[in-house]
Design a protein around this ligand. Structure first.
Ligand SMILES: [Zn+2]
Length: 161
């Protein structure tokens, strides 16, 4: 999938939550890393709605990559309303990054994120979603601009050299 015309007008706003999560890998005990943030799009063709993202990864588990949920919908106070998540798996592949859809409800932090992402798309629901291209562009922008990914993404390029 090519980056959409939206790509250049997407702006991410990482929040200030700690990147190290108390949850650990059941195999090796390494701590999960997580990142949350907000998304703005400056394009009159895109209906303005709150948009958020959440990512998790484990440093050292480069082959597992980053799991990224992108949500677009509404908030009532702190509760998400009709906030639909589409989830992506980002893995190193050849000289770049491979992006696949995954079932949002099956991602590791899904249950704890229900107040943020009220609707969790399966892969087949995501494929049929009319705004999939927009979600995909947001995912690409998060990968490019999220500062908390930088040291992890460097590991991708190291294993590919
Ligand atoms: Zn592990």
């Amino acid at each position: 999938m090519e980056p959409s015309p939206y790509y250049n007008v997407i702006l991410i706003q990482p929040d200030e939550s700690p990147v190290t999560n108390p949850i650990t890998c059941t195999d090796c005990g390494a701590r999960y890393m997580t990142a949350f943030g907000y998304v703005d799009i400056n394009n009159p063709a895109v209906e303005p709605k709150p948009m958020v993202y959440f990512a998790n990864w484990i440093p050292g588990h480069v082959d597992e990559g980053i799991t990224l949920l992108v949500g677009r919908g509404e908030f009532e106070g702190d509760e998400a309303v009709n906030m639909r998540a589409i989830a992506f798996s980002l893995k190193p592949w050849r000289d770049g990054l491979n992006i696949d859809l995954v079932d949002a409800g099956q991602t590791l932090f899904a249950e704890g994120l229900r107040h943020v992402f009220s609707e969790m798309s399966t892969v087949s629901e995501a494929r049929k979603h009319p705004e999939l291209e927009l979600y995909h562009s947001i995912a690409l922008r998060v990968v490019g601009d999220e500062p908390r990914f930088k040291s992890y993404l460097r590991q991708f390029s190291e294993i590919m050299e």
